[in-house]
Design a protein around this ligand. Structure first.
Ligand SMILES: [Zn+2]
Length: 455
């Protein structure tokens, strides 16, 4: 299967050809661990998890190395640890765990590697040293700066003009950079801040150099795919390219991929608007699979309008698919591949909306099918397609029972079973009414009672 991906570097959809099919490499910029991640932060890891699954299907599970890092040293981390009056490591360990829990709730596979910035400081210093030696970086009092004017290629990813690159550049009072576009590779230690010794004085790394070093150390000089949100194209990815390619003269990544923005009810999510919604809050109200479905409902490069309506539609879509699977719950699924049309949609620049349409077609067929061999094949194809995008792997019965009052329902159903055993029919009937009022239908059978949500 040929996979086509849109490469931000060339602005074209290109056939993906890995440098080494035996070791396909992908890096996605991960979170800065100082706070809960919001649903907008969830879009890149879900999109690139689908690509990870597709690459594993194409090249073999052991042949794809996917690294997603943790940024565990940063201005915001230092500020938040001070605010909470706790050690930085305590803060970052807590939010690293929370992030991993969020990712698991969204149904993401664990990446092959999860490097941390603090685990790669010597490798960062090595790149900075190489840049200084080449005259591409200079040392000031405030730190070491990358000299943008020395890099003829600078701006090739974002295709910004010099003027555009200057907007949004932050110059702090103590900075002694020579040009406003220059960016920090190393920041001289300030009192009370974490710092490492280096050839260019005690200090800590800038953000961009972290990824350059983690990529080089874990995946190699040139990787196949580098991914992230569209907001990272400039300056972060532009600066990763500048550092790595200037230091070593080799391309950093062969394919650059970026997912579009996510907005909330038609507005940009922002603290000032008060519309920031956290993954863990949503995951306490909705099955993670619904959140995942919603995140994959638009093409990854298109903007995604997130809303309660979208979540309700996503839940309804999954209900429809699980209904078809529940009908076939006693049928043994064939061990088959996902249907060609489904795979073809994903291979066409991860066209998840088109892939999902194929899945609905299978569900429609499965709902009508009365012949066992056909049912076995349809169930097998639905499950294989679902696995490629990380959905439909759960027990269909459990899907319809899921919700936040499961424990309460289980208790009432158990009380009703006890009432029936005691031949207290009036009580059993009363409990059936109570459960019906909660949208729960009880089905009695010789072994006991089962239940499902209705309506
Ligand atoms: Zn990065």
């Amino acid at each position: 299967m040929d996979i086509y991906l849109t490469n931000t570097l060339t602005r074209a959809k290109e056939r993906f050809v890995p440098a080494d099919p035996g070791r396909v490499t992908m890096y996605v910029c991960g979170p800065t661990v100082y706070n809960y991640a919001h649903i907008g932060n969830a879009r890149p890891p879900v999109v690139f998890d689908v690509l990870f699954r597709l690459l594993r299907a194409a090249y073999g599970e052991g042949s794809v190395v996917y690294a997603r890092n943790f940024t565990d040293i940063d201005d915001r981390i230092i500020a938040r640890a001070a605010e909470l009056n706790e050690p930085i490591e305590t803060l970052t360990a807590r939010y690293t765990k929370i992030y991993r829990d969020d990712m698991a709730a969204l149904g993401n596979l664990a990446p092959s590697l999860e490097p941390t910035a603090t685990g790669h400081v010597p490798q960062m210093c090595e790149i900075i040293g190489a840049l200084i030696d080449k005259g591409a970086a200079y040392k000031g009092k405030s730190g070491v700066w990358f000299c943008v004017a020395e890099d003829a290629d600078y701006g090739k990813l974002s295709r910004r003009t010099q003027d555009e690159m200057l907007t949004g550049t932050r110059v702090e009072a103590e900075d002694d950079k020579k040009h406003p576009s220059d960016f920090a590779l190393w920041k001289t230690a300030k009192p009370g801040e974490p710092a490492w010794d280096s050839d260019f004085g005690r200090g800590r790394p800038g953000w961009h150099i972290e990824c350059s070093a983690m990529i080089r150390a874990n995946l190699g000089e040139t990787i196949d795919i580098h991914g992230g949100g569209i907001d990272l194209i400039f300056p972060h990815h532009e600066n990763e390219i500048a550092q790595s390619e200037t230091a070593y003269g080799k391309p950093l990544a062969r394919y650059w991929m970026h997912n579009g923005f996510l907005d909330m009810d038609g507005e940009k999510m922002s603290k000032s608007l008060g519309n920031v919604v956290l993954i863990h809050e949503l995951a306490s109200e909705w099955p993670g699979e619904v959140l995942r479905w919603a995140l994959l409902s638009a093409h990854y490069r298109a903007p995604l309008g997130f809303s309660r309506d979208l979540l309700e539609q996503s839940k309804a879509s999954l209900d429809r698919l699980y209904t078809a699977l529940r009908r076939l719950k006693d049928v043994d699924a064939d061990d088959v591949d996902a249907p060609d049309a489904f795979v073809a949609a994903l291979c066409d620049d991860l066209n998840t909306p088109e892939a999902v349409a194929v899945l609905f077609g299978l569900a429609t067929e499965a709902n009508k099918s009365e012949k066992l061999p056909e049912q076995q094949a349809l169930k097998g194809r639905m499950l294989a397609a679902g696995a490629l995008i990380g959905v439909l792997q759960g027990d269909p019965e459990a899907w319809f029972r899921s919700g936040d009052n499961v424990d309460e329902i289980d208790v009432l159903v158990a009380e009703r079973v006890a009432a029936r055993q005691a031949k207290d029919w009036a009580e059993a009937d009363r409990l059936r009414q109570v459960l019906a009022g909660m949208g729960v239908e009880v089905m009695d059978n010789p072994q006991g009672s089962t239940w499902k949500r209705v309506g």
